[in-house]
Design a protein around this ligand. Structure first.
Ligand code: CUA
Length: 335
């Protein structure tokens, strides 16, 4: 029951494919409208003839003799071969054009390009983001699950180029309002991109079955005005905040095996197997978007992650209440 209550507070949001906010999503949306229009037209014709015949001839043909039998008609044969072939050819052409629009290869970062480059690593069952460069400046810090991107403003587009990799099995990065699904395949980096002028929160989801917690591998993309984004970037690049009142909590954290998997930049915790916790407290959610990031949820998560996300790779460490409270207080100061 407590788990259900926790779930209600985080989780996914609007992932409509009918509200594109980025050129790749728009291309895919336009293509799907065209395909639906053509196939709906064919459907109406075929079903219309079928319904007509079912009603018109529902009592059979009212004669003793068979109706006239027709064998072979060249014009009809040619028509019903050529028309579908033409339709399929048209769909092939527009689909190919859409593929080119969506799959455009990432350029090289260069000065004043207003472009953001991020490497995404899919992991069971969360997302690792390394911010590589923005506007030609090298970055190199890592965060998890919640992406922050700038929006295009005043005629200046701000594209986001993602290099997609996997640390374990196949995943698929999908934020429907920003673009189509792109797989993250072990040993085979993929690329995708998007670009929006609409500030706000975009929801996404892993779209390739990747194990027990596949459904809880959620994505949040915060699209922010450039100035706000640049402030976030500056803050996020810095090492963890040092709170003098938190020395005991910090020591408790560093003394546990947390440090084998998690990194807190500026401390001796340098694990890379789990999410980077340097600015954990400034994230809105925990457990890859499942629950909101409140001290109480964090406390339950640290106490037993398996209770919230069964099968996830973080075990319960049977911490004493005292240690757990110390660690949670420390983590809550990592803004
Ligand atoms: Cu990752 Cu499904």
């Amino acid at each position: 029951m407590s788990t259900l209550l926790l779930l209600a507070s985080g989780g996914g949001g609007d992932m409509s494919i009918f509200d594109p906010a980025s050129p790749p999503a728009k291309s895919i949306f336009d293509l799907s409208l065209l395909v639906v229009a053509i196939t709906a037209f064919i459907f109406v014709i075929v079903e219309g003839v079928l319904v007509y015949c079912v009603i018109r001839f529902r009592r059979g043909v009212p004669t003793d003799t068979e109706p006239p039998q027709v064998y072979g008609s060249k014009p009809i044969e040619i028509a019903w071969t050529a028309a579908p072939a033409l339709i399929v050819f048209i769909l092939l052409l527009v689909t190919t054009r859409t593929l080119w629009e969506v799959k455009a290869a990432s350029p090289e970062p260069k000065a004043a390009d207003h472009a953001l480059f991020i490497t995404v690593v899919g992991r069971q069952w969360w997302w690792e983001y390394t911010y590589e460069s923005y506007n030609g400046e090298k970055l190199g810090f890592t965060t998890a699950n919640e992406l922050h991107i700038p929006v295009g403003e005043n005629g200046v587009p701000r594209p986001v180029y993602l290099t997609l990799k996997s640390a374990d099995v196949c995943h698929s990065f999908w934020v429907p309002k920003l673009g189509g699904k792109t797989d993250l395949i072990p040993g085979h980096p993929n690329q995708t991109w998007f670009m929006t002028e609409r500030p706000g929160l975009f929801f996404g989801q892993c779209a390739e079955y990747c194990g027990t917690q596949h459904a809880n591998m959620l994505i949040r993309v915060y699209a922010e005005p450039a100035e706000e984004f640049e402030q976030w970037l500056k803050h996020e690049s810095e090492p963890a905040a040092e709170d003098p009142g938190m020395q005991t909590g910090k020591a408790a954290f560093l003394a546990q095996s947390c440090v084998n998997c998690h990194r807190v930049r500026g401390t001796s915790a340098q694990g890379t197997f789990g999410p980077d916790l340097t600015h954990l407290a400034s994230r809105k959610t925990l457990a890859a978007g499942m629950i909101s990031n409140t001290p109480e949820n964090l406390r339950q998560w640290v106490a037993d992650p398996q209770d919230i996300k069964p099968g996830c790779l973080m075990p319960a460490f049977n911490l004493s209440d005292h240690d757990r409270d110390q660690i949670v207080s420390y983590l809550s100061t990592l803004h």
